[in-house]
Design a protein around this ligand. Structure first.
Ligand code: ZN
Length: 475
């Protein structure tokens, strides 16, 4: 390891406790605003480590915030702990086997994500106290990243209003600074209501909601040619109206996900899709109700933050994997396709390598690779404050996101090493920002200039609230 930083020793000192937290959260997979046990584990750890704790952040019972230090600036470290449905998997093996039939699983590594973020925050808390540096570090435990857009609701509620900069990470198969590309995404439901009738005896009396959903699909499929190239529009039938072909279906519902690289483009496409739905209703004599239930923006980069994180990563070097880590990762790679194995290299513009189960190096800043992007609610925080996201290698190169292979690798020694490494990168980046007010001012000026060009409009309409679920008894 090069240029040993004092803050890395603080990360290592708390490492075992936070690795324990990660493993406990792995074993409590909870989804979409149900993260009561995982949030309670994070809250207990924050108290244990001496943070001032705020629960029920933004009115979300599974969101928590811990703060330490005094005065300004305020640097936020963002964590997550939600799981995915249907990805239950036994840990440490190289074949699919559910731990709990039909159960949830940490198929995106958020057990590691939240724990490493809290680890970085804890090291920073000690560092602020030991060095007497003015400033506060905040850990934000954010639920429901997968489909719930909790951070967008948290931004709308103003919980980042007095934050100066934010840092986060995501488990990955490569170690690098994220290049801040993500699609703005609105998820909304269209519920059509018609009139039931006997499909043979009196079809003229019926008004088919299913016809409306099908015509809406046709209309949207024609729309695809006339939207920006980066737009993505997907749909899933939630309710087809029933199983009897001799009934004119009176009710049908379809869910749309509408994405684009720019928030403003996405908002415009949402309006056009709504017009298509109205058209389908008009053609079929049905009514339509349109409800947005979650939405996120596209991610904004910040050059000053990204360069700072890259310098932290370059000092740190790659994740120190060993032969046993590589051997397990190679067994996982044996379950992957050729396309899976080459995709991470294409993404960062590198020639695919053979016999490289794990990434033990740091990829350079802004690799010129192929664009392959999804959506995340981290993006909305990037519109609120200067933000950087680092990726750290925690699993075999080529492991697809949201897969049983991620769940399987989520408690492995390699995952623990990647998690501690991510915490070191985040802590070092924050240390640099706390220690250099000019650097922080540069990041903020860049953010302010970006906001002046295109102000933030929350993609979740007024009045739409997060789909909270009640607290189970005994938690
Ligand atoms: Zn994720």
């Amino acid at each position: 390891m090069r240029n040993e930083s004092a803050i890395w020793g603080l990360v290592e000192a708390h490492g075992p406790d936070l690795i324990g937290l990660s493993d406990r959260v792995w074993a409590l997979p909870e989804t979409l605003y149900n993260e009561y046990r995982s949030c309670a584990e994070h809250t207990a750890m924050l108290r244990d480590k001496g943070f001032r704790v705020t629960e029920n952040v933004a009115g979300i019972p599974t969101a928590v915030m811990g703060e330490a230090g005094a005065g300004g600036p305020v640097i936020a470290i963002l964590g997550e702990y939600d799981a995915l449905p249907g990805l239950s998997q036994v840990a440490g093996i190289d074949y699919p086997e559910e731990l709990e039939p039909g159960g949830h699983g940490h198929g995106c590594g958020h057990n590691l994500l939240g724990s490493a973020a809290l680890l970085a925050a804890t090291a920073l808390k000690d560092w602020l106290a030991e060095t007497g540096t003015p400033g506060r570090v905040r850990y934000y435990g954010c639920p429901a990243e997968e489909g719930g857009a909790a951070k967008t609701f948290m931004v709308r509620a103003g919980v980042f209003a007095d934050v100066d900069a934010a840092i986060t990470w995501h488990p990955d198969c490569m170690t690098r600074v994220d290049d801040a590309l993500s699609l703005a995404n609105t998820r909304m439901d269209f519920a059509f209501t018609g009139r039931a009738a006997h499909a043979a005896a009196s079809p003229h009396l019926g008004r088919s909601a299913l016809d409306a959903v099908e015509l809406m699909s046709v209309g949207v499929n024609y729309l695809r040619e006339h939207v920006p190239q980066d737009a993505r529009i997907h749909y899933a039938y939630l309710e087809a109206g029933g199983t009897a072909p001799n009934v004119v279906q009176a009710r049908a519902r379809v869910r749309y996900s509408i994405r684009a690289l720019r928030l403003a483009d996405m908002m415009a496409i949402v309006e056009r899709v709504k017009d298509v739905a109205r058209g389908a209703a008009l053609m079929t004599g049905t009514g339509v109700e349109m409800t947005v239930f979650s939405a996120v923006s596209n991610m904004l980069g910040n050059g000053a933050m990204e360069r700072t994180m890259q310098s932290a990563l370059d000092e740190l070097g790659g994740v120190p994997f060993d032969a046993a880590d590589r051997a397990y990762a190679a067994r996982i790679q044996a379950t992957l396709s050729e396309a899976d194995l080459t995709q991470p290299y294409r993404r960062v513009g590198m020639a695919p390598r053979r016999d490289e189960p794990l990434c033990d190096y740091v990829v350079g800043l802004y690799p010129k690779g192929e664009v392959m992007i999804g959506s995340t609610d981290v993006a909305d925080v990037s519109w609120a404050v200067p933000l950087v996201q680092v990726l750290a290698a925690t699993h075999a190169i080529g492991t697809p996101a949201h897969s049983w292979q991620i769940t399987a690798q989520g408690k492995a020694p390699a995952a623990h090493k990647g998690m501690v490494h991510a915490a070191k990168a985040m802590a070092r980046c924050a240390e640099k920002l706390f220690g250099d007010r000019a650097l922080l001012a540069e990041a903020q000026a860049e953010h302010a200039a970006r906001m002046a060009r295109e102000p933030y409009v929350c993609p979740i309409p007024e009045g739409v609230e997060p789909p909270l679920v009640p607290r189970p008894t005994g938690i």
